[in-house]
Design a binder for this molecule. Structure first.
Ligand code: HEC
Ligand code: HEC
Ligand code: HEC
Ligand code: HEC
Ligand code: HEC
Length: 168
């Protein structure tokens, strides 16, 4: 390869990685996402004291906490606040059997293994990792979700710190 060809290849590689970094940055911007329905944790988990696990049943059963299906909303909203335009949207999803496409806020990289069940059954409150969700209309990421953050608590609580714990 001539010198100019090498520079050309390097330039292409650099552009490629900039694009990758760009996509990565865009996909990791967690705050201020608008949701398909104006769902408020303050109204549900705060004012009306509906338990987190009522909607996030996965949190004690599996790795993912999960978001509730429309059927869970319908259990109450077939009766509650029917005249609200936002609830009409909920009923429309129910009637057309469409899932509500909630925008996901938290996401660890794929190479990390995390289990809600282990932590929640281990007695750690949702709020230690997610903040006072019951006080806010819209959830945002509160903890940094970095490796240092995981390890700091594992050290404090005597939980495993071997690499294979979190990287299978
Ligand atoms: C256990 C009962 C219950 C469940 C389950 C439930 N809600 Fe609600 N929701 C309520 C109550 C109670 C209110 C407050 C109603 C009021 O202001 O009079 C409310 C209010 C709302 C409002 C505000 C309506 C307005 O215009 O003021 C929206 C939007 C809403 N719920 C969406 C949902 C969605 C989406 C789901 C499913 C993910 C859901 N709810 C599940 C009981 C429930
Ligand atoms: C009535 C049902 C309901 C209850 C009760 C509820 N949630 Fe949620 N939760 C939802 C829905 C629907 C979403 C998706 C929309 C959103 O992000 O607001 C969600 C999203 C979340 C998210 C963000 C998920 C993501 O995309 O990363 C967290 C964290 C969360 N809830 C924690 C909690 C905690 C903690 C409690 C109890 C204090 C709780 N929730 C109570 C329905 C509920
Ligand atoms: C030890 C910290 C910790 C605790 C305790 C915890 N979470 Fe999470 N939560 C996380 C992390 C980390 C993620 C991102 C997981 C991923 O991307 O795989 C997450 C993601 C979520 C999500 C969205 C992704 C999913 O798993 O469906 C919801 C909803 C959620 N948590 C709700 C809850 C609720 C409700 C509780 C309490 C019952 C709870 N969490 C307790 C750390 C925690
Ligand atoms: C607030 C404290 C806390 C934070 C933050 C935390 N953990 Fe944990 N973790 C624990 C405790 C305590 C246990 C042991 C639970 C038990 O008794 O089973 C545990 C257990 C685990 C286990 C199961 C270990 C085994 O025995 O196989 C995994 C996997 C894990 N954590 C991953 C993570 C990851 C990944 C993160 C960060 C994204 C994280 N944890 C953040 C406290 C925490
Ligand atoms: C308690 C959970 C946990 C343990 C134990 C753990 N990690 Fe991680 N690791 C994470 C999380 C979460 C991330 C992703 C967030 C980040 O990059 O900080 C990560 C990211 C990484 C990355 C990618 C960093 C990057 O910049 O993309 C490497 C490499 C890594 N870990 C190596 C290790 C090694 C080696 C060990 C053992 C000495 C280890 N991890 C132990 C949770 C853990």
């Amino acid at each position: 390869m001539s010198r100019s060809q090498i520079i050309y290849v390097l330039a292409i590689l650099a552009t490629g990685s900039l694009i990758v970094i760009g996509i990565f940055a865009a996909s990791r911007k967690p705050q201020d996402l608008s949701q398909p329905i104006e769902f408020s944790h303050r109204i549900h988990a705060g004012d009306n004291q509906i338990a987190c696990l009522y909607c996030h049943t996965g949190a004690i059963r599996s790795t993912a906490a999960g978001v509730p299906p429309v059927a869970t909303c319908y259990e109450c909203h077939r009766l509650v606040k029917l005249k609200s335009p936002e609830i009409m949207k909920v009923l429309k999803y129910w009637e057309t059997k469409q899932p509500i496409s909630w925008v996901r806020i938290h996401a660890l990289p794929n190479h990390v293994y995390f289990s809600h069940k282990r932590h929640v059954l281990g007695g750690i409150a949702c709020q230690s990792c997610h903040g006072d969700v019951q006080l806010v209309d819209r959830v945002s990421q509160q903890a940094p979700l970095t490796m240092g953050w995981c390890l700091q608590c594992h050290e404090q609580r005597g939980a495993p710190r071997e690499c294979e714990t979190c990287h299978k």
